[in-house]
Design a protein around this ligand. Structure first.
Ligand code: GDP
Ligand code: MN
Length: 359
């Protein structure tokens, strides 16, 4: 599951990583300024790029605070409207850096990725301009040293050694699969502080974290993120068919973003939740839906598809194969919305491949 920024920052803070003073406010109440001005008001939606879209605003005065609060509270960003806004002390920024840890399956390690120019344009940096260190166990002081050297922050070597050690324990203790601090801010006061944080936790570890209580819905164990940067998402029913669908995507040279078995009695609502999560993956160009309905009913799946199309403006292309219980009812519902069905999984994969290639 992808945490909201304030949820991610509370885990960073608990691990000893400096974060700005802040407070959260619900969108549906008239706010009063919770901390001293100037503040930054930040939309709590599970997607990046909020700054560019007007979801992060600086307020110098009480009237600016109220004005920005109202505009951000009612603004939809990439299909998401916030329930909560984060109000943070505004920082005087001297420089912005990028630092992240992620599970790297290819090297079977936790990979540290860093860049000396963080902030909103980090994706534009060439892949080979990042520092990459494969961590196998707790980071060493030498690795912290290397990080400081790379970021040109030699006067902050001790702080970065601490930060790296704390980030690593935050990652491992919370069963994270990704923690990204972007930007890591160097303030005018010469301190390092996490300006923004994206954190993904492993849904499959939910059972050993009774303390997990996030706004973000916890997915059932049958939703597994495989690769957040994947280009094709999958929705299927039955673990075997779901695995076969992922395998077919992969065999076609595409990168599956997730595994999802919607299970037997899936309601339109649970399927809609899955669509919402999929729209948070930036690189997904197509969703392959492969349902062989027994207990699952095709018309319930069709209803979820229709409401997802209406509610989620950034929904990628859908390639759908349905068979089994209530197929005819589903076909009528989908026809009325001009949503087409394909007859085989192979057709869906081929169409997804075209979509990815044309993107
Ligand atoms: P994102 O656009 O969703 O990644 O949101 P961020 O939280 O990363 O904010 C985007 C940008 O807004 C940052 O890179 C900063 O340049 C700027 N920003 C965020 N917080 C502050 C702050 O406290 N002070 C100032 N001056 N700028 C900020
Ligand atoms: Mn950011």
């Amino acid at each position: 599951m992808i945490l909201l920024e304030y949820e991610a920052k509370s885990l960073l803070k608990a691990s000893g990583i400096p974060v700005p003073n802040s407070s959260t406010l619900p969108v549906n109440k008239t706010p009063s300024l919770p901390i001293d001005l100037p503040v930054v008001i930040k939309s709590q939606v599970p997607v990046g790029g909020r700054g560019k879209l007007g979801g992060v605003k600086l307020a110098q005065t009480d009237s600016e605070f109220h004005q920005h609060f109202t505009s951000i509270a009612t603004q939809t960003i990439k299909g998401f409207t916030p329930s909560t806004l984060l109000i943070e002390e505004a920082l005087a920024i001297k420089n912005e850096y990028y630092i992240s840890l992620r599970i790297d399956r290819s090297t079977e390690s936790i990979e540290l990725l860093a860049h000396a120019t963080g902030g909103i344009e980090v994706e534009e940096n060439r892949a080979d301009s990042f520092l990459r260190i494969q961590l196998r166990g707790s980071p060493t002081l030498t690795q912290g040293d290397e990080l400081a050297e790379f970021l040109n922050l030699n006067s902050h070597t001790f702080a970065l050694q601490d930060l790296l050690a704390n980030l690593y324990s935050c990652f491992v203790n919370n069963d994270a699969t990704l923690i990204e601090i972007n930007p890591l801010i160097l303030t005018e006061q010469d301190t390092l502080i996490a300006g923004d944080c994206k954190m993904t936790l492993d849904d499959a570890a939910t059972f050993r974290h009774p303390e997990w209580d996030f706004e973000t819905p916890v997915h059932e164990a049958n939703f597994v993120t495989l690769d957040e940067k994947g280009n094709v998402a999958t929705i299927a029913n039955g673990a075997g068919l779901a695995m076969a669908t992922v395998d077919a995507v992969s065999a076609a040279g595409l990168t599956p973003a997730n595994f999802l078995d919607i299970g037997g009695g899936a309601s339109a609502e649970t399927v809609l939740e899955a669509f919402k999560t999929i729209t948070t993956y930036n690189n997904v160009r197509a969703i392959v839906i492969n349902i062989f309905a027994g207990i699952t009913r095709c018309d319930e799946v069709a209803k979820a598809i229709i409401s997802a199309k209406k509610q989620l403006k950034t929904l990628p292309a859908l390639y759908i194969r349905l068979a089994g219980t209530n197929y005819n009812e589903a076909k009528i519902l989908l026809d009325a919305e001009s949503i087409t069905l394909l007859s085989t999984l192979a057709d869906c994969i081929e169409a997804a491949k075209q979509e990815v290639q044309n993107a």
